[in-house]
Design a protein around this ligand. Structure first.
Ligand code: NAD
Ligand code: DAU
Length: 346
């Protein structure tokens, strides 16, 4: 079985590539990644020499390259992870998100359709998506697979568009597709522009911890290895044409989460209790900031038996330890353009 994974040098993609390469030696995994600021081959150092793994530097909007790859490998399946993923960047540069997330997904679907010529036996297009397509919740309730789409940022609108295009290929051309919509991930290799790794890095370096607005927005956090295990289960056992929500049942306000990080890091860094919390700095809120995300993952539990395996306390402790042990990785990704991005930000 030849499988194309897109965006495999990013955060979630690298965990997905690692899981599939190690768990399924009979699958050949081809990872196409454009290596944007968020893509990093250092995320895959431990598996780069495996005989069932191939890396191709390339862009999912490049139809000619995709055609060449489909001709060469006759892919049985595509696990589509590549995307522009950061909400704040989508506010300053929405077109990059439309190009990769909308046009890129459509280009990939089109390449698969051309290559498979309507013979879909044993074929699958699996689209990895986000709970942000459902919009924003109030204080109660959960997103289910039936929740109407209501995206509110350029990022979530681009992901919602890509979900719709994937479903259009299922209904119109009968291409076998699956979609999963997951809540906020955390864990090793998370690029330090997102809340958790940004705060871990800033605590290490005694820099301000920017909290948007009042810090009362709520996110549902899931350890990244549990996300890719869910993708594995859905890929192999999920129903074609279906959507599955993936979540951690683990809601935190941003301020409570950052205070928990500070507490754990004070202990791990041998600082006096309360020292890191002094770095908390309230800054201007994100434009159109969604109040709350929370996932009802009961379909995935009831139909496919998936549940998160790791308690948050353990996951966050493992995550902090990983960043403290991988300072070289952290220093490399937070130099150069990274510093430029944050110049004059707050
Ligand atoms: P990421 O930003 O860490 O990685 C994205 C990867 O895609 C990078 O390696 C980048 O180089 C690559 N890429 C970007 N544009 C490309 C292009 N045009 N062609 C080829 N490669 C390109 O993202 P992530 O956090 O790992 O998210 C991966 C996927 O999971 C995305 O589709 C995202 O919407 C979805 N998702 C993320 C989360 C989360 O919490 N991070 C939660 C739910 C869903
Ligand atoms: O819900 C899934 C989504 O989770 C994914 O689809 C996205 O790709 C991923 O980036 C993530 O989006 P969020 O916007 O929720 O994640 P982020 O880490 O950027 O922000 C988490 C919360 O913390 C959010 O309410 C904004 C807030 N925040 C974020 C940053 C970067 C701050 O208060 N300060 C910050 O500096």
């Amino acid at each position: 079985m030849n499988i194309l994974i897109t965006g495999g040098a990013g955060f979630i993609g690298s965990h997905l590539v690692r899981l599939f390469v190690n768990k399924y030696p009979s699958y050949h995994i081809v990872n196409i990644d454009a290596l944007t600021y968020a893509g990093n081959l250092a995320n895959l150092k431990d598996i780069e020499d495996k005989s069932n793994y191939t890396f191709v530097k390339g862009n999912i909007t490049d139809a000619a390259l995709l055609q060449t790859l489909f001709d060469k490998y006759s892919f049985n399946a595509i696990l589509h992870c590549a995307a522009e993923s950061h909400v704040d960047r989508s506010i300053t540069d929405p077109l990059a998100f439309i190009t990769t997330n909308v046009v890129g997904t459509a280009t990939l679907l089109h390449a698969a359709k051309n290559s498979w010529h309507g013979n879909y036996d044993g074929k699958l297009f699996y689209h990895i998506s986000t709970d942000e397509v459902y919009g924003s919740l109030g204080d109660t309730g959960f997103f289910t697979e039936q929740t109407a789409y209501d995206p509110r940022s350029p990022y979530s609108a681009s992901k919602a568009s890509s979900d719709h295009i994937v479903r259009a290929f299922y209904h119109t051309y009968h291409m076998p597709v699956k979609i999963s919509n997951c809540s906020n991930n955390y864990g090793p290799y998370h690029f330090p522009e997102k809340l958790i790794p940004l705060c871990i890095n800033n605590i290490i370096n005694n820099k301000p911890l920017p909290i948007y607005g009042k810090g009362e927005n709520v996110r549902d956090w899931l350890f990244v290895e549990d996300h890719v295990k869910a993708i594995d289960v859905i890929f192999h056992n999920g129903k074609v044409g279906e959507t599955y929500n993936i979540g951690g049942h683990n809601e935190w306000t941003n301020i409570a989460l950052v205070k928990e990080l500070c507490k754990q890091m004070d202990i791990k860094l041998g600082r006096t209790a309360g020292q890191s919390e002094k770095l908390i700095t309230y800054v201007t809120d994100r434009a159109g900031h969604d109040l709350r995300y929370a996932i009802d993952a009961s379909k995935l539990k009831n139909e496919l038996g998936w549940m998160p395996s790791l308690q948050f306390e353990e996951g966050i402790s493992k995550t902090i330890d990983w960043y403290l042990e991988n300072t070289k990785w952290l220093e490399e990704v937070t130099s150069g353009n990274y510093l430029k991005y944050y110049e004059g930000m707050y």
